[in-house]
Design a protein. Structure first.
Length: 113
C-alpha cells in the first residue's frame, strides 16, 4: 500500500486548507484511514479518522473546524480544515489501517497569526 498526501501549505489564521491522501497498491478494503499530525517537540497525535463503515472520530481541538471525508472510487481521504489556528501548524500524516499501519510521507501545514 502506498499513500500520497498533498494539500499542505502556508495559510493565515482563520484560513482553510484541504488535505488529500490517495491510497494505491494492494488495496482491497481498509478498516480505517485518518490523519495525524506532529508539531516540533510534540508527539504525533490523531486529528481525525474515518472507518470503512463511515464512522468518524475527531480530536477535541479540531471538532467543528475540520471535516474528514472519503471517496471510495478514488481510494482517497480528505481533510477539510477551516478556521485554522497557529496551533494547527504541524506535519500532517495520512494513515491507512487494514490490520497494520501504513503511513504517508507527511505534508507541512503552517498557519501564520
Amino acid at each position: 500500500v502506498q499513500l500520497q498526501a498533498s494539500g499542505g501549505g502556508l495559510v493565515q489564521a482563520e484560513g482553510s486548507l484541504r488535505l488529500s491522501c490517495a491510497a494505491s497498491g494492494n488495496i482491497f478494503s481498509f478498516d480505517s484511514m485518518g490523519w495525524y499530525r506532529q508539531a516540533p517537540g510534540k508527539q504525533r497525535e490523531l486529528v481525525a479518522d474515518i472507518t470503512n463503515g463511515g464512522s468518524t472520530k475527531y480530536a477535541d481541538s479540531v471538532k467543528g473546524r475540520f471535516t474528514i471525508s472519503r471517496d471510495n472510487a478514488k481510494n482517497t481521504v480528505y481533510l477539510q480544515m477551516n478556521s485554522l489556528k497557529p496551533e494547527d501548524s504541524a506535519v500532517y500524516y495520512c494513515l491507512y489501517y487494514n490490520g497494520r499501519n501504513y503511513w504517508g510521507q507527511g505534508t507541512q501545514v503552517t498557519v501564520s497569526s
